[in-house]
Design a protein around this ligand. Structure first.
Ligand code: KIV
Ligand code: ZN
Length: 523
């Protein structure tokens, strides 16, 4: 019999693999380490840290995450071949708990058009891969890709063969987001009935959101017997994304009386983790997104407000507190001290050590000098950007821009170098951001071409800070940088300087590595 407690759902987070695979969501090694640490604090059971065979950068980041040994099982993805499996093993083995995840497509469409393999060959390949992986580790997951479009009888055959070969988890992906809850429920019940040994392994579900049903389909699967859900923070992932972790976890928790299941997720970490991932990837969470969107707990309609004042449960099925959204109206300002700042940071769900608190507090003081009220969103932006704001070699001293219709914009930048010396440069450009970038290049000598500029307001009001994510190209490779300021041109310039500094530090370290680039091969 399975040792799995029947009512516990394991949360398998694939933000760093399937999520990171989505266009615009690639992360640097440093960013991936930050996300992995946050996922460990959220208490996910398994972190799928990447696909080591995809590129040397992927291998390095999976290895770095495994070597940190944050606590959750660290998993890497492999195709059914020896080289991929060996790479995963080499990358994940540093973690006390590690898993190899092998996959092969099983649907007729994939068999005929992608793999050009017969049914028997696919089974042979799956069995060979699971057997090899089991020789290396005790924890092996097998996924029949495009399972939801695979003939049921054949799917049961493949799954049976993988279990016999030693798979300890079998994951059923709805790779193209095609299924619907009632159909997926049937599929899981069919497998439970027709696959020998299925109760001795962990049955898992992995849904994509092409028809907007990834969460609903995952819930249908657990209702029918799955005990692991694969999901991503904010639902990021290929195309329309994956099952959103925060939504599926809160659905199980809020409707516990229906599902009679639970996860070990610390739900108060949901909002901070969501903010971290959106800030790192530059993929902003829509205002109306369930659980973590800005409006998720806002009640505008008079009749709702009236009900809420009588009793919150009239219109509220979850409390903002439950997911780590603080409802306090406390606003900090320039007279707020270190204690008030530190308490607020904690209430917002961030755990900073003394060194990080000091650096963030300095940035807070600078901001409070520019802006009367400092809101929670501002503090979050400070925390997200504090590394960048304080790491050199160059620091921004001042920036001035001049724009006039029908004229090129002009910018003058003053930077302070490592030796404390000031350098200044002026430049013109197609707009103020372009001109500022040119001026920064004039001082640092690092050319960056702007590919994308995303702006997001961190709070309300006319003195709100703009949080900017830029994607820039240097030597044919893409890099992402972040900045936040009440002046959006300054925020963009900080983001440009952040990338410049990373490139220069890389140069100082003596050469190319993959820790800063966001370009990489995908599956
Ligand atoms: O969507 C999918 O099929 C996958 C597998 C590799 C699990 O991501
Ligand atoms: Zn997927």
């Amino acid at each position: 019999m399975s040792s799995e407690p029947e009512d516990r759902i394991r949360i398998f987070d694939t933000t760093l693999r399937d999520g990171e695979q989505a266009p615009g969501c690639s992360m640097t090694l440093r960013e991936k380490l930050r996300v992995a640490k946050a996922l460990a604090e959220l208490n996910v059971d398994i972190i799928e840290a990447g696909f080591p065979a995809a590129s040397p950068g992927d291998f390095e980041s999976v290895k770095a995450i495994a070597d940190e040994n944050f606590g959750p099982t660290i998993c890497g993805l492999a195709r059914c071949n020896a080289e991929d499996i060996e790479k995963v093993h080499a990358a994940v083995k540093g973690a006390d708990r590690h898993r190899i995840h092998v996959f092969v497509a099983t649907s007729a469409i994939h068999r005929e058009h992608k793999l050009k393999m017969a049914k028997e060959e696919i089974i042979k390949s799956a069995v060979g891969a699971v057997t090899m992986a089991r020789e290396l580790v005790d924890d092996v997951e097998f996924s029949p890709e495009d399972a939801s479009r695979t003939e049921l009888g054949y799917l049961a055959e493949v799954v049976s063969a993988a279990i016999e070969a030693g798979a300890t988890t079998v994951n059923i992906p709805d790779t193209v987001g095609y299924t619907v809850p009632a159909e997926f429920d049937r599929l899981f019940r069919y497998l439970k009935e027709h696959v020998a040994g299925i109760d001795d392994i962990t049955l898992s579900v992995h849904c994509h959101n092409d028809l907007g049903m990834a969460v609903a389909n995952s819930l249908a699967a657990v209702h029918a017997g799955a005990r692991q859900i694969e999901c991503t923070i904010n639902g990021i992932g290929e195309r329309a994304g994956n099952c959103s972790l925060e939504e599926v976890v809160m659905a199980l928790r809020t409707r516990a009386e229906f599902f009679d299941l639970h996860t070990d997720i610390d739900s108060k970490r949901l909002y901070p983790t969501s903010r971290l991932v959106s800030s790192i990837t530059g993929m902003h969470v829509p205002r109306n997104k369930a659980i973590v969107g800005e409006n998720a707990f806002a009640h505008e309609a008079g009749i709702h407000q009236h009900g809420m004042l009588q009793h919150a449960s009239t219109y509220e099925i979850m409390r903002p507190d439950d997911v780590g959204i603080s409802r306090s109206n406390l606003v900090l300002g320039k007279h707020s001290g270190r204690h008030a700042f530190r308490d607020r940071v904690r209430e917002l769900g961030f755990e900073l050590d003394d060194f990080e608190t000091n650096r963030a507090f300095q940035e807070f003081k600078k901001l409070a000098d520019k802006k009367k009220d400092v809101f929670d969103g501002d503090i979050e932006a400070i925390i997200m950007n504090v590394d960048a704001a304080t790491a050199g070699p160059w620091h921004m001293k001042s920036l001035s821009v001049h724009t006039q219709s029908d004229e090129p914009a002009e910018a003058t930048v003053v930077l302070i170098g490592e030796d404390g010396e000031e350098s200044s440069a002026s430049a013109t450009g197609d707009g103020p951001v372009h001109a500022a970038f040119q001026a920064i290049e004039g001082i640092t000598g690092v050319p960056l071409a702007l590919k994308n500029f995303e702006l997001h307001s961190t709070s309300m009001g006319e003195d709100a800070q703009g949080e900017v994510t830029v994607t820039v190209v240097h030597d044919g490779e893409s890099y992402r940088g972040h900045g936040a300021s009440v002046d959006i041109v300054e925020a963009g310039s900080q983001a440009c300087l952040e990338v410049t500094n990373r490139l220069l530090r890389r140069r100082q370290r003596g050469g190319p590595d993959t820790s800063t680039t966001i370009d990489r091969a995908t599956i």
